[in-house]
Each structure stands twice: as C-alpha cells, then as structure tokens.
Design a protein around this ligand. Sequence first.
Ligand code: 5GP
Ligand code: MG
Length: 181
Amino acid sequence: MEKKITILDKTFSLSINNDQITAAVDSIAQRLNRDLKDLKEEVIFVGILNGSFMFVSDLFKKINFLCRITFLKLASYSGTQSTGTIKSLIGINENLKNKIVVVLEDIVDSGETLENIVYQLRNFEPAAIKIVTLLFKSEAYKKDIKIDYVGIKIPNNFVVGYGLDYNGYGRNLTEIYSLTK
Ligand code: 5GP
Ligand code: MG
C-alpha cells in the first residue's frame, strides 16, 4: 500500500525511498571522485543550507580525495526599498579564489535560487564552479546555468523529506514524499 504522511494541512505520499536516495548519492559521489581527484586546483565543497544538510552529510562521507567543505545560507531580508526581498549569500569566510567550488544543492526548481548563488560566487573569482543537486525539476528549470551533476530528475510537484521542508517541518524524514493532489 502507498505510504502516506500528513504534515500540517497537507498529505504526502512516498515518492523516493531510502534505497533510491542511497543509489543517487553513491552515483554522484562516484562521478565527483572520478572527475575532481588529481586536479591541480584545490576543491572546496559548498553546501547550501538549510535543505541540503542531510544530502551533504551522506555525500561528503563518500568523497575520497583531499578537499574542504563550507556552508552558505541565502538570507532573505526586506530591503530598505519597497521592491520586495533581496537574497544575499551569507557565511563566506573562506578564500574561494582560484579554487574549484562545488555547490551542493538539495533541489533545483526554476533555477532562480541557483542563478543567484552562482552570480554571487563568481565575485570570489573561483577557477570553476560546479553544480550538484540531488533533485532536479527539469520541466520547471528556466535558466542557462549548466547543472553538472543531477541525482534524480523529478516531476514538477512539491516534495518534502531528507532535509527538505514544508513550512519548516518534515526535514527529519529519511525518505522523500510528494504532495498528493
Ligand atoms: P528555485 O529557485 O530553483 O525555483 O527553487 C529552489 C528553492 O525552492 C530550493 O532551494 C527550495 O528551497 C525550494 N523548493 C523548490 N522546490 C521545492 C520542493 O519541491 N520542496 C521543497 N521543500 N522546497 C522546494
Ligand atoms: Mg535549497
């Protein structure tokens, strides 16, 4: 029977189980290990909080070359002008110049957030920026930035679990659930 859960006012059904998540994380780790070991530039992983914390934790344990990791957060704050919210990337206290920066995202939807992150990271003059996402809503993606490593392509439907939230809840679920219509 289909596994269902309720969070607040919404019902979700199991969409990606533990084995599928593990396989996707393994596959990404293998590709990263193959592509990024033995580069002359230093590699630094950058996890985008909050949603990516569980993915990053599992993935990073499987990386087998010398590298570092840091975490960034996109802070939304109301600007002093009336033109809505500005999102600035907070937490960069590493020197990213001339390094290979590997962005670790939980999910890419329209790509708006990713584009914002990449534009801000470019200011630090890294040698290259590589993009990794566990989940990719390919039908919703509207941007040109190349996503170098995709774990699982998913339909354009809201998901929770494995770090991803619904109004702050559901991040502790070990599997990924999608909103039932
Ligand atoms: P984008 O800017 O690509 O449209 O959306 C990216 C951000 O929106 C993600 O980092 C995530 O915070 C949120 N998001 C997009 N789709 C989902 C989803 O299906 N579930 C959850 N929990 N968050 C999502
Ligand atoms: Mg995210």
